[in-house]
Design a protein around this ligand. Structure first.
Ligand code: NAP
Ligand code: MG
Length: 518
């Protein structure tokens, strides 16, 4: 296609008019709360008795909506419908699929404030975080639609032959399960769907149980954009109830998963087993957790490092896979860095997403309890610098927490993913030690280095083992086509979202050779 990729600009909520539009959208969405949502199979909307209740984490007694759960029978039906639809969808020309995705972008642009409002209420995002997701989703849609065209136009080059007409073509692979996390309920989920669909596959989405309503809205928009029934099916339900069933299903060709290491590894293990009636080895894309570190050396701009570290650690309550949860600081600047880091953490105003506060509530009770227990553990493992308190009387609020002087080897908070606004700070003597320590985790998602020392920066480029390395900036906020996203080691299969590379996960190369001289 003759279009140039441009990142979607974020809305400026310091403009009173823009802020007012968002507030109006939230007020309008509040009138829609508490409704029942159907699951969707082949375009058919089915309401079931058993439902997933979605709540507002900032106001825990507020119900966002009830998503109809798929039983195993309905999940089986959805996979079979996706399988049948695949036979037609795989043959739809790429440019037609491209046009559906462009139309979807148009629908999303029209409903942009409204969709952001659903996310704000369902997952405790502030305005900027929610709008950022809309931008990322639009970027994913553009990137994958253009990428699908690119793949079609750039098959593997072959040698010329005078006796054969040889061709290579990327073809889709089949029915995919999309199993997204709740923390980017729109952009990650929608990116996982559209990448697979625009390359010719059909999908069943099993949304995260903490954010099913945002997914219902996305599926509604896909229908509005005219994407044919059966291409995108929606089967909400608890992962522990239907997860194994859909992963094991013999017609499931691939599983596109983003979430925790424990669930990712479980899926990978189960998917490796060939079940009755299955004709392929299932493909797994599993993007998982992190224990991301920032490294601050003696030459760093310490105020800047502290500001960026706080942004990476505390925005969206530390619930980003890329969030900073360890700070590794050279001993000669350790105390000064801690002073600034504390100031930054204490500058974050906490409250409800709908009030556009800097930081809001963590996703649910189980998460709140886990983070609280990690904080108590941390207090016994190190020196509490700030935070350390939490309150779930109205919503699941946890104060930004910094714990210093923790032992990198023995402390739990320096080694386990917390997925909340908690940072373990550690002191080291040399830059090499800092990088070794940064690497001393089973994960390898993101990392930042703050330094004015070129040698150290080069050393980090070669030796800091992460999928996304950032120098003198925060380790969160990857942008499509600027920072291909995906981690090393137990952080996942390095799927590298937001690029053409990502699309190779959903295609297989076919070689077609026609004898022209027989
Ligand atoms: P999670 O608990 O692993 O859940 C992820 C998804 O898996 C949900 O839809 C969940 O459904 C489903 N699931 C649970 N058990 C399953 C099973 N046995 N079979 C199939 N599916 C199952 O993760 P989360 O709490 O939603 O998200 C947080 C995690 O995601 C963190 O570890 C974070 O680092 C990671 N993450 C990684 C990336 C990345 O790009 N690397 C991006 C975002 C998040 P239910 O909700 O019904 O349990
Ligand atoms: Mg979960």
């Amino acid at each position: 296609m003759n279009r140039i990729f441009v990142n979607e600009p974020e809305r400026d909520f310091s403009n009173p008019k823009v802020k007012e539009n968002m507030e109006k959208a939230i007020a309008a969405v509040e009138l829609e709360l508490g409704k029942d949502y159907p699951l969707v199979i082949g375009g058919e909307k089915i309401f079931t008795e058993k439902k997933t209740t979605s709540i507002n984490p900032c106001k825990k007694d507020q119900v966002i909506g009830y998503a109809s759960n798929a039983s195993k029978e309905l999940a089986d039906k959805a996979i079979r419908v996706a399988y049948d639809t695949y036979e037609e969808w795989r043959l739809v020309p790429t440019r037609v699929k491209y046009d559906y995705i462009m139309r979807l972008i148009g629908v999303l642009q029209k409903r942009r404030y409204e969709i952001a409002a659903w996310m704000i209420l369902e997952t405790g995002k502030n305005f900027g975080e929610a709008d950022g997701e809309i931008c990322e989703a639009i970027d994913f849609f553009n990137a994958y639609a253009q990428g699908a065209v690119y793949l079609e136009e750039h098959p593997v080059p072959l040698v010329e032959s005078t006796v054969e007409n040889n061709r290579s073509e990327y073809r889709p692979i089949g029915v995919g399960l999309v199993i997204p996390p709740w923390n980017f309920p729109f952009s990650i989920m929608a990116g996982m769907v559209i990448s697979a669909v625009v390359t010719g596959n059909t999908v069943c989405i099993k949304p995260a149980s903490d954010a099913p309503i945002t997914t219902c809205k996305f599926v509604e928009m896909c229908e509005e954009a005219g994407i044919p029934a059966g291409v995108i099916n929606l089967i909400p339900g608890s992962g522990s109830e239907i997860g194994d069933f859909v992963v094991d299903h013999p017609l499931t060709r691939f599983i596109n998963f983003t979430g925790s290491k424990a669930v990712g590894l479980r899926i990978a293990e189960r998917a490796a087993k060939v079940n009755e009636g299955q004709k392929w080895i299932k493909r797994i894309i599993a993007e998982m957790g992190g224990k991301n570190a920032i490294v601050v050396d003696s030459s760093a701009d310490l105020r800047w490092a502290a500001k960026q570290a706080a942004a990476a650690a505390f925005t969206f309550q530390g619930q980003k896979c890329s969030a900073c949860s360890r700070a590794i600081v050279l001993s000669d600047v350790y105390d000064e860095f801690l002073t600034y880091f504390k100031e930054e953490a204490e500058s974050y105003q906490q409250g409800a997403g709908k009030d556009n506060m800097d930081i809001c509530a963590v996703i649910n009770k189980a998460s709140f309890d886990k983070i609280a227990s990690m904080i108590e553990q941390g207090k016994s493992e190190g020196r509490l610098i700030t935070g350390g308190t939490y309150d779930d009387s109205v919503g699941f609020y946890v104060k930004p927490t910094i714990i210093a002087d923790v032992d990198p080897k023995t402390s739990v908070i320096a080694n386990q993913e917390i997925f909340g606004p908690v940072v373990a700070v550690m002191k080291v003597d040399t830059f090499e030690d800092a990088i070794d320590l940064a690497n001393a985790t089973e994960y390898g998602l993101t990392g930042s280095v703050f330094s004015a020392n070129r040698e150290n920066i080069e050393y980090a480029k070669d030796n800091f083992f992460v999928g996304n390395l950032y120098i003198n900036r925060k380790c969160t906020g990857a942008v499509v086509y600027n920072h291909p996203f995906g981690g090393y080691n137990m952080s996942g299969t390095t799927a590298k979202t937001g690029t053409v590379d990502y699309l190779y996960n959903f295609v297989q190369l076919k070689s077609i050779s026609e004898n022209i001289v027989y």
